[in-house]
Design a protein around this ligand. Sequence first.
Ligand SMILES: [Zn+2]
Ligand SMILES: [Zn+2]
Length: 320
Amino acid sequence: MKQVVFWGTRGSLPVSLTHRDIREKIIAALTAANGKSFKTRLALEDFVDKLPFTVAGTFGGNSSCVEIVADRDSHFICDMGSGARPLGQAKIARFGIPHPQTYQIFISHLHWDHLMGFPYFAPMYIPGNRIVIHGCHADLERAVRLQMQSPCFPVDYAQAGAKIEFDIMTPDEAHYISGINVTPKRQMHAGDSYGYRFESVDRTVVYSTDSEHRLDDPAEHDAISHFFRKADLVIFDAMYSLAEAVSVKADWGHSSNIVAVELCQAAAAKRLALFHHEPVHDDQQLARMVAETRRLEQITRGSRAPLEILSAYDGLTIDL
Ligand SMILES: [Zn+2]
Ligand SMILES: [Zn+2]
């Protein structure tokens, strides 16, 4: 495994910037540029690249879809949220039509924010492609087909040109798929969700979203930190702040940035990506959350190796 590309990082439903958000970013950028002059485009790009991420960027965007760039031919994808649409477009731009490719897709659970991008995933309409949809829910195929039925969607599932297969996996067992060992683990969430641990010869990535991790249960704590053990990257559902997670939103099936740090430290993981952002959190709130998370990691680090922390955004590419 070489890289991880985030195509959709928002939780629950896609969120777009509003006119007001864009206006505020332009005002902030022009305020920072006040009195400066830029003779070349390069000078301008350099200035923009030094602006805070909340001014020059945005967390986005589309709902859950993450690509793990593997060493072999198969494409590895976690979840089919609305980020699957730009992912599919990128694959077609790269490989053309027809482009016989194999897509290994791992579905965490059947909530709509994790499936809604599939009807817009263009490679599914192209003959010659093979799509294997892996998951642990017995009704995985029914859920995927359901959202493409009249009157909810104009194109019927039967019109898919690609060969689509379903693979129901057994939790806690390693499944060897195209050069990678994939182990699913059941997580606490309405209707259950499953995290996936991907292990290649020299890299480990854990995708763990839509999961309410309880630190007050020692057995659960040990099981999850074992699942995360020594991962190069843990992609973690940090939808809520700790205050939200332990009060009004307890039992809502999601975790916090505080729990993420605790579990990744116990697991000796190297990098943590905060993921599945709450739709009501704007760029400022998400930037504050990652800054607070980094501070917490520093304070609680002790003699451990540092844990690198980032907040995932649509378009982010991480070299493993
Ligand atoms: Zn979700
Ligand atoms: Zn969910």
